[in-house]
Design a protein around this ligand. Structure first.
Ligand code: GDP
Length: 197
């Protein structure tokens, strides 16, 4: 599946613009700088598909990628920067909530968590939103190469404990390093299973 070519499709700022695709869709969410673009690029075997280190607070939009009409990735803008005005943040959250709620082809949301930091306060409303939307989500830990093993283990056990309290959370945590390629095959396999289900 991932040997196939991935293409940027479009950026969507309003629900009316959502692409009318039918392929299985997967979305990615996470704090700014968590390594989301790097992960999407690593999954697709591309260096430049999703922009890395994009300026925080840039135009809020959902970016859609098409993988040979069999799979669609939706990249949510990074959150956690207090730059945007509160009203705008709220409006955007409503867009994301409606997207999560009303997109039948969306099979799973991945929430990316930095292996150095674990779950942060800004991640929690996102997890709660997905619980409320009954959107099945799974944590992908990023930048595993940047943390000591013992520290990573501690974060993983804390994350697991917290996930157990969230009804829509998948209990399995995927651990990755886009830099070293660690865990990329496992994420691909997880997505592959969702596509062939
Ligand atoms: P985004 O804002 O979530 O899209 O994050 P980026 O993918 O742009 O990554 C933010 C920064 O973290 C960049 O400097 C990346 O090179 C770095 N980064 C991303 N993934 C990894 C990783 O697995 N290991 C290491 N060491 N650095 C990473």
């Amino acid at each position: 599946l991932f040997a196939q070519h991935a293409d940027f499709m479009l950026g969507v700022a309003q629900l009316a613009q959502l692409p009318s695709t039918h392929a299985v869709e997967i979305c990615f969410a996470g704090r700014s700088n968590v390594g989301k673009s790097s992960l999407i690029n690593a999954l697709c075997g591309r260096r430049d598909l999703a922009r890395t280190s994009s300026t925080p607070g840039r135009t809020q939009q959902l970016n859609f990628f098409n993988i040979k009409d069999r799979l669609v990735f939706c990249d949510q803008p990074g959150y956690g920067y207090a730059k945007a005005p509160v009203g705008e943040v709220k409006k955007w959250q409503e867009v994301v909530f409606s997207y999560l709620r009303g997109r039948p082809q969306l099979r799973r949301a991945f929430i990316l968590i930095d292996g150095r930091h674990g779950i942060k306060n800004t991640d929690r409303p996102v997890m709660e939103m997905m619980d409320t939307a009954a959107m099945s989500y799974q944590v992908i830990v990023t930048k595993a190469d940047k943390v000591k093993k013992s520290e990573l283990e501690k974060h993983l056990s804390d994350i697991a404990k917290e996930l157990a309290k969230h009804p829509a959370a998948h209990p399995d945590i995927l651990v990755t390093s886009s830099e070293k390629g660690t865990g990329i095959a496992e994420v691909r396999a997880t997505i592959g299973r969702l596509v062939s289900q």
